[in-house]
Ligand binder design. Sequence first.
Ligand code: UDX
Length: 454
Amino acid sequence: MTILRAQKRCVVLVPFFYQGHITPMLQLGKILDSKGFSIIVAHTEFNSPNPLNHPEFIFLPLEDNLSDIDTSSNNILAVIEAMNENCKGPLQDSLAQMMKDQEKYGQVCCIVYDAVMSFGRSAADHLQIASMVLRTCSAFYMQTYHTILQLQAENFFPLQESKLLEPAPELHALRFKDLATPVNTEIPQPVLELFEKMSSFGSSVGIIWNTTEDLDHISLSELQQLYKIPFFLIGPLHKMAPASSTSFLKEDRNCMAWLDKQAPSSVLYISLGSLASMEEKELEETAWGLANGGQPFLWVIRPCSVNGSDWIEQLPKGFQESVGERGHIVKWAPQKEVLAHSAVGGFLTHCGWNSTLESLCEAVPMICRPCFADQLANARYLTHVWKVGLELVEVKDRVVIEKTIRKLMEENEGKEIKQRVLEMKQKLDTSINKGGSSYKSLCDLTEFINSFTV
Ligand code: UDX
């Protein structure tokens, strides 16, 4: 039986405009669409998603007035503030209009906003509809905000350099070095304010997490003591959602044919996600580490991700000749498919949360090279809690890089890691299958959204 749009409940999604945040939000949209909700994606004009990839959604561009602001990642705090200020009115006004036209949009019952996009909550309050938060990172990372804010209030920071390797209080495996921001210098006030905002959810009625019980249960139960609203743990979202492209950059699919020619579990895949960059020295040392490591490799080098160059101009002379067909470099890969390919045996990663989940779900052991934010905590969990990755202890030393690759891809330690990551994959599979924890939590979420009055 076809349900008319007018009879459907409509969920409004407000994603944060970076790749690592917009992807899980669109995946959530796919999931809710498959549960019979109609979906409006209210997005900034800056970095807007491609509507052609998601014909089932209604896209609502919000006038963000960001064109006069430096939108580079160095100015991100100012951009977040301006965006929250500028987009609130347009979201409220557009939704107020849409709510009058149920035939076209359905019954708008709730706004789900990325934790960064707090204007989503303000708009929901104004329109007197429910709001929920989507947390795109892990719960153990979220706990670091609380610790930082608490210790800052006790004038604990800045911390001496020598203490950075000590355990951070109440954060299990994490050290001061793994926190969300460097704590050996004065923490800037705008950073503290952002952490404050991102850990207080006002009138919101629930938190949706891209994580699972298996990965995160201790932190989740501790956070549940603090937040008295329901948690829905429905990750890994990319496995719960029907597949679709959410990439801003064009995926170079030629690498799949190259992977087809490689031996099983022989290839090291390298990517630092959508934001991190590297200096020329790191590029050079990584290149020689890969060349000397002897393994085939698929390396994503995003345009402009090496400081001072457009793409691969700064690769060392003689490198490409020396590796020949053994190495394949692309600007952007279909990462989920790459990780699922039987030729891939390891992932040198920056440990973004999406990459972490995608690698775990395909049982691909990791070499961890975190850059900033949650990546440090994720790397610590990968290497010291779940023990499914090796830490890259020096990123500008070709010998260390080569040895780490060999350890992961050739030695016994790598085999033990592979065994553990396989066990982890099995647990994640169980959680998303019928009757598993994520599956059940999604049923609860569907019921919860259906209970909102419209
Ligand atoms: C950012 C933060 O840096 C990260 O730490 C946080 O957890 C989410 O927001 P990003 O750095 O891009 O994200 O990393 P990640 O979370 O791993 O997301 C990258 C996404 O891009 C993944 O879904 C990955 O599959 C995709 N990707 C990456 C590709 O599709 N192709 C590529 O070549 C590289």
